[in-house]
Ligand binder design. Sequence first.
Ligand code: ATP
Length: 311
Amino acid sequence: MKICNLVAPAKINLYLEVLGERVDHYHELIMVLQSIELSDYIKIYFNGTRDFNLYCNNSLVPLNETNIAYRAAQLIVKKFPKFFDSYGGVDIIINKCIPVAAGLAGGSTDGAAVLLALNLLWKLKLNKTELEKLSENLGSDVPFCITGGTAIATGRGETLNPIENLDNLWVVLAKYQNFSISTPWAYQNYKKRFGEYYWKIDSNNRNNNFKSLVNAISHKNDKRIGELLHNDLEKVVLPKHLVINKLKSFISKTGGLGTMMSGSGPTIFTLCESYEKAQDIKNVITQELQDSNLELFISKLSNNGIKIMEN
Ligand code: ATP
């Protein structure tokens, strides 16, 4: 095999709770992560040189060593230098469809895709567990992006427990094109505002909503799932960015099961029980807000992480 085509799905956070800061300065989190069908499309092939070249159709995506896809390739080179000597470099072409810096793990999923592709192209024979472990070096969301589906994520997000899938539901996503939020900014501000409460909330109280959500997911109680969506980072992002706050307020009145910001934002999503409902909600948002800067997507929740396509 000389060429690898991959589908790399985005994720949304159905639940994100910050418990405190760890000794390694990452935040300790409890999350429920969910893959959606909205994806980047990635093509990787041998280029006959010792270089790794990156191409992307979105000018917001860096084409240097800060790109997670590039860092993924560098990580594999570092761990498996003999395979690099045998196979050489690759070209990585990213067809970016996931909005950038949107709280949808767009970079993480590209990084996960490159790990899977090089595992295949360089015949490394790493299994999923080994790939997930390796991917922790690239970022907290990358292990989830490999396997995807619906999962509880703890630690800094890298410890995963798959749960009942929710692929019967749909989501409408709304993101202002000219507006992005940096994940480090969101966590730094959360710490400034709430750091004094870290690790202090009684664990029984703390986990009530989380447990109820997991219970609702296991019983496929869509209405309860919508009611129990939660994201602590809204407490710093929404007061600071009133435009996102207003967008969330508007969307939460359009009839979805529940409306929430994904990750560190600024994407707002609303869960829907059917494609028709999602389409109705999208039409209402388009007509009422009439904002050409607001990008809207309809996507199905998905059971899949990175998919390797047949050539
Ligand atoms: P997460 O939800 O994992 O916190 P995000 O969805 O908020 O991430 P990304 O789309 O991953 O954000 O982009 C965050 C930043 O990472 C961008 O501003 C960009 O500079 C950088 N970046 C590096 N590699 C990529 C990539 N492959 N795709 C998109 N952004 C990338």
